[in-house]
Design a protein around this ligand. Structure first.
Ligand SMILES: NC(=O)c1ccc[n+]([C@@H]2O[C@H](COP(=O)([O-])OP(=O)(O)OC[C@H]3O[C@@H](n4cnc5c(N)ncnc54)[C@H](OP(=O)(O)O)[C@@H]3O)[C@@H](O)[C@H]2O)c1
Length: 318
């Protein structure tokens, strides 16, 4: 991290108390320079409301950088249950935060996009230049397309106003402190919860969604935060950039890995009436490395161990 870059900067972080946002905040607090961070909770400023966004920017003049992490996000079950709200909430938050960043002459806007913006069927690894070659997988299209409009808005603002907005296409994240709520957790948190609880309750089987044949790529949350900070420092183009580990694993192999790490020895049953979601996900991560030197450091096994240890600890403390 470049201490000199951040020194004296005023940075607004939306979603700064969230799973990913809190890691970005930790990095910036530990850089050991005079950076001013503006953080808030949604109960104080609801970013879906223009009057709140306007008040936020009026109260905090001369912001240098906005890192926009606030979002309405969840796993496949959540996306299936609330597509309308997810679409509306993300569109409103992104559109308003970017528009007020422009009006208040913010020097740089860092938008957090998603791998869900990619077409359902696209050559693997997913490359940024193929982002527009098809419609996203249906269950996450409202989320993925709302995110994608932030990219379009940023590019349009760049063209008309010279706005410096970057867009990071973030792969699925995981790590300690993830959302383990059965209603809206992502894949890894959902699997860790099921296997840890099965182990503790001495169950002899675990039932999982889908066929297990779909593949995914995962990025440890602290690596993702590093990528955001590096991109904020070094990347200044309206072209989107993939952020991931570049390593693909099937859900079946992932489930076996988590079963082993949690010492669960029972049977894994696949509920094939439930959807798999997108068939394959794996990013070409070369642009991020080339443009701002980002490469993921944490192996999946190491990240899973930390996540599982953390979750077992939470269960014990309950
Ligand atoms: N987790 C992933 O796997 C993943 C993958 C790709 C992209 N992303 C993106 O990364 C970003 C952070 O995700 P996360 O996993 O850290 O999610 P998270 O833990 O749920 O955090 C979301 C944050 O957004 C804030 N927020 C939500 N609705 C808001 C509203 N109406 N007004 C103001 N703030 C609001 C929340 O504020 P409070 O703290 O006040 O509740 C929270 O801090 C999101 O944009 C998400 O789409 C995440």
């Amino acid at each position: 991290m470049d201490r000199h870059f951040w020194n004296g900067k005023k940075v607004l972080i939306t979603g700064g108390y969230g799973f990913l946002g809190s890691r970005v905040v930790n990095i910036l607090r530990n850089i050991n320079c005079n950076v001013q961070l503006i953080l808030f909770r949604r109960k104080d400023f609801d970013l879906r409301k223009e009057s709140d966004v306007e008040r936020l920017f009026k109260n905090n003049k001369e912001i240098d950088i906005v890192i926009h992490l606030a979002g309405d996000v969840g796993g496949i079950g959540y996306n299936r249950a609330y597509p309308g709200e997810i679409c509306f909430n993300n569109l409103m938050m992104n559109t308003l935060v970017m528009e007020y960043s422009r009006r208040y002459k913010v020097k740089k806007f860092v938008g957090i996009g998603s791998v869900c913006s990619y077409p359902k069927f696209s050559p693997i690894p997913l490359k940024e230049e193929n982002l527009w070659n098809g419609y996203p997988e249906e269950t996450n299209a409202p989320y993925g397309l709302a995110k994608k409009m932030m990219l379009v808005q940023g590019q349009a603002y760049h063209q008309q106003f010279g706005f410096n907005g970057i867009h990071l296409l973030m792969i699925n994240l995981y790590g300690p402190g993830d959302n383990f709520d059965p209603e809206n957790s992502h894949v890894i948190a959902g699997l860790v919860r099921k296997f840890c609880e099965a182990k503790i309750n001495e169950k002899n089987s675990v039932m999982l969604w889908g066929t297990g044949k779909a593949s995914r790529e995962f990025l440890y949350v602290e690596d993702a935060a590093q990528a955001i900070v590096l991109a904020a420092e070094k990347y200044n183009s309206p072209e989107p950039v993939n952020i991931g580990s570049g390593k693909e694993i099937t859900i079946e192999n992932l489930a076996h890995m988590i079963a082993k790490l949690t010492d669960f020895r029972g049977e894994i049953i696949w509920d094939t009436s439930k959807p798999d979601g997108q068939p394959r996900r794996c990013l070409d991560v070369s642009r991020a490395e080339r443009e701002f030197g980002f490469r993921a450091k944490t192996s999946l096994e190491e990240g899973l161990k930390r996540t599982i240890d953390w979750y077992f600890q939470q269960i014990k403390e309950r």
